[in-house]
Design a protein. Structure first.
Length: 431
């Protein structure tokens, strides 16, 4: 449920992206198609629909872009466009609305078709059975690249509209993932993030039903030149035994898991129609720390879900405190039309916001305390810009004395500057 925004500009077109890592990866595909088609005078907005706020930001950006760019072709795509295509087509100045499947097709971005073809190009996403694969060997950053391994979701959490924007779960065949990663590593990327909507469901639709862990194990074996591999958000009860073996024994598999947690209260989890309970999360975190003590955890949490009592909220507070989860993304509950939670008794807006604020403070405190425990430790930083990058556990680290973007630097952590660790190069040799 991580939601952010970014913009790519060229002299001929611009792509503005909202939402998750998968959306960012798909924007890279759109950029490639735009380059190859010779499109010009075009702005693409790749929208997000994970929360009402995310969709509001998308609409606000579209109206601003239309206002500031008269005579420009404005194309709206992404989950919000897939779910509410007529609403976006009705915005004055929008040239075309494109669905989540269609945005990945090269013919969609033919320069003349953007203007001449039907204004709405959105199919029934639930009828899509295959995941389109695209070989992308460039990314906006030159150090870390995102690779899609899965698309869609078969689950129906009561708060979530994303399956209606992405369709049912579909997996990218292992050999295609290997080919994509090999190409990216050859192009100079040092870290790969495997991404999808529900990546722990990987393989259920493929011959032999390979698990996510089996695919990752094969990937690392087939691409030994890949230095670092991460996973995007994972379901707490769907990690298989191969993932645990990799976490324990494979140093290239980064010690960082982002959990689709949502709540620390069992009744809330049941009403959300999640597949785990609080004890499952506690067991997972403790087991992972036993295998790899330096591991860090992220988590998505919804504050003020319908019917949440003060005690239910306190149970989430206590879980955050007890487990010390470091990288938490807190979202006040956001009603999404058509989802079952919309019809449940709501919590007052002020209560939702105050509970979210409390959880954010706890998450920030957890992060600072954990960063302090890293002082004196050895880490390896993938430098991204201005001598700053991320360590293996995803801590932000600045290399004292400077470092070049695109190199992995072995350091000893000497201190902390707010939420950035400070590291000095070490002459210790790798074993």
């Amino acid at each position: 449920m991580i939601c952010s925004s970014s913009t790519y500009k060229s002299s001929s077109y611009k792509v503005k992206t909202f939402g998750c890592r998968l959306n960012a990866h798909e924007s890279e595909i759109i950029i490639k198609h735009l380059q190859e088609s010779g499109a010009s005078n075009t702005i693409v907005i790749n929208t997000c629909a994970v929360t009402a706020e995310a969709e509001r930001r998308s609409r606000q950006a579209i109206r601003r872009i239309v206002r500031e760019n008269p005579g420009t072709n404005i194309v709206v795509t992404g989950c919000a466009a897939q779910i509410n295509q007529d609403n976006y087509a009705a915005i004055p100045g929008v040239t075309r609305v494109v669905g989540n499947e269609e945005k990945l097709r090269p013919e969609t971005w033919n320069a003349q078709d953007i203007i001449d073809k039907p204004k709405v190009l959105v199919n029934d996403i639930m009828m899509v059975r295959n995941t389109a694969t695209h070989l992308v060997t460039t990314s906006q950053g030159r150090e870390r690249a995102i690779v899609q391994v899965q698309q869609g979701c078969d689950h129906r959490c009561t708060f979530c509209v994303i399956p209606f924007g992405r369709g049912n779960s579909r997996s990218v065949p292992m050999e295609v993932v290997v080919k994509q990663v090999r190409s990216l590593v050859a192009a100079g990327y040092l870290e790969i993030v495997l991404s999808g909507i529900d990546i722990t469901s990987y393989g259920g639709d493929l011959p032999g039903n390979p698990s996510l862990g089996r695919m990752v194990r094969r990937l690392l074996a087939m691409v030994p030149e890949l230095p670092r591999l991460r996973l995007s958000s994972v379901d707490p009860v769907e990690l298989d035994d191969d993932i645990w073996r990799l976490l324990e024994n494979e140093q290239r598999f980064m010690p960082h898991l982002h959990l689709s947690l949502q709540s620390g209260d069992d009744m809330m989890l049941k009403r959300m129609k999640r597949r785990h309970l609080s004890e499952d999360v506690i067991r997972l975190v403790n087991y992972a720390r036993a295998l790899r003590p330096e591991i860090a955890f992220g988590a998505d949490i919804i504050a003020g879900f319908p019917t949440e009592t003060e005690q239910m909220h306190t149970n989430t507070v206590n879980m955050l405190l007890d487990l010390g989860l470091q990288y938490v993304h807190i979202f006040p509950y956001s009603p999404r039309p058509g989802t079952p939670a919309t019809y449940m008794p709501k919590i007052h807006d002020d209560t939702r916001k105050s509970r979210a604020a409390e959880l954010r403070i706890i998450g920030a405190d957890n992060l600072v305390r954990w960063l302090d425990t890293r002082v004196g430790s050895i880490d390896r930083v993938l430098v991204e810009r201005d001598s700053v990058g991320h360590g293996e556990s995803f801590a932000k680290i600045r290399v004292a004395g400077g470092a070049v973007a695109g190199e992995i630097v072995k350091i000893i952590v000497t201190g902390r500057d707010v939420t950035t660790l400070i590291g000095e190069r070490t002459i210790e040799t790798d074993k």
